[in-house]
Design a protein around this ligand. Structure first.
Ligand code: CAA
Length: 294
């Protein structure tokens, strides 16, 4: 009879061992942004909860081509699933955020190549990311570079940033959302002028026209400003931040009435979260909210 506890504990040990080896296997295959090797971007976590992605193809002013987009998409997806990252900052160098699609890669393409392979469709992967993304734009943000910056949720820029949609000079039109997002941001007349002339505009002008949320004196201040904002957002309830991004983005797609209904449903839904109780209780009792981060 007294062998029973021994048998039970051996069985428990076997179950525990199977369980921990499953955990080990899962841990081994768990993908974090830092567990990948990148050729065309750099990744770091300079602040708590903040992932910084830096486009890094200096010889071609970060011109966008397939290997760079593949690295960027891999890193963005890994950030989205990594529970230690809450906000993403995307930047380039002081000279170039990105000087557009790689013209040398694009030049020989035929219609069949472009249409058949859905050329540049994968460049918009960023819009599927659920965590907030801040673009910190310095130097050139032209063509696809400007379009990439506009896919983010917030754009910060330095005074020296040079935005533009110069595709008209190459005999084409913007292809990664420029005609749609720029028009929504700055209005039809201004967007027409920018797209039909191909002229560049500065970070200061972009702020004045509402494309950019904040304009900074120089590149370092711009990245620093983006990191500071990202850290602030990363300190809030994750479920509320996710919902806030979703409701604002819906305003770009839905008519007002549907948008308002959608917003109200999401607002109602948050009353089912622990963080709503924590946030409101903290205000009422004059204490700091310690989020559950459901
Ligand atoms: N594609 C490929 N290479 C590019 C590039 C691009 N978009 N932009 C710059 N480069 C390369 C240059 O060819 C050059 O390489 P080499 O040293 O091997 O010659 C290197 O980057 C440095 O560029 P520059 O010598 O031209 O630098 P600059 O300071 O004199 O000029 C610039 C900078 C004004 C940005 C100029 O490079 C330029 O006009 N680039 C093209 C910008 C452009 O037209 N972008 C839109 C592309 S189309 C598009 O993006 C379509 C879309 O909607 C998806």
């Amino acid at each position: 009879m007294n062998r029973l506890p021994n048998l039970l504990s051996r069985r428990a040990a076997r179950v525990h061992s199977a369980f921990t080896s499953t955990i080990r296997i899962q841990n081994r295959s768990y993908s974090t942004p830092s567990s990948h090797t990148y050729e065309q971007i750099q990744f770091s976590t300079p602040r708590p909860g903040v992932g910084l992605i830096t486009l890094h193809r200096p010889k071609a002013l970060n011109a966008l081509f397939t290997p760079l987009i593949n690295d960027l998409n891999t890193c963005l997806r890994a950030c989205d699933t990594d529970t230690s990252i809450h906000v993403i900052v995307l930047t380039g160098s002081a000279k170039a955020f990105a000087a557009g699609a790689d013209i040398k890669e694009m030049a020989p393409k035929t219609f069949a190549d472009a249409y058949g392979a859905d050329f540049i469709e994968s460049w918009s992967e960023m819009i599927r990311i659920k965590k907030p993304i801040i673009s910190a734009v310095n130097g050139y943000a032209l063509g696809g570079g400007c379009e990439l910056a506009m896919m983010a949720d917030i754009i910060y820029a330095s005074k020296s940033a040079q935005f533009g949609q110069p595709e008209i000079k190459l005999g084409v039109v913007p292809g990664a959302g420029g005609s749609q997002r720029l028009t929504r941001a700055v209005g039809k007349s201004k967007a027409m002028e920018i797209i039909l002339t191909g002229d560049m505009f500065s970070g200061e002008q972009a702020e004045k026209w509402g494309l950019v949320a904040k304009c900074f004196d120089d590149a370092d201040a711009c990245v620093e400003g983006a990191l500071k904002t990202a850290e602030k957002i990363a300190g809030y309830s994750r479920i509320a931040v996710k919902a806030a991004k979703e409701v604002v983005n819906k305003s770009q797609e839905l008519p007002l009435r549907e948008g308002l209904e959608f917003e109200r449903r999401v607002f109602h839904g948050l009353f089912g979260s622990q963080d709503q109780k924590i946030g409101m209780d903290a205000f009422a009792n004059k204490k700091k909210a310690v989020w559950k981060h459901e």
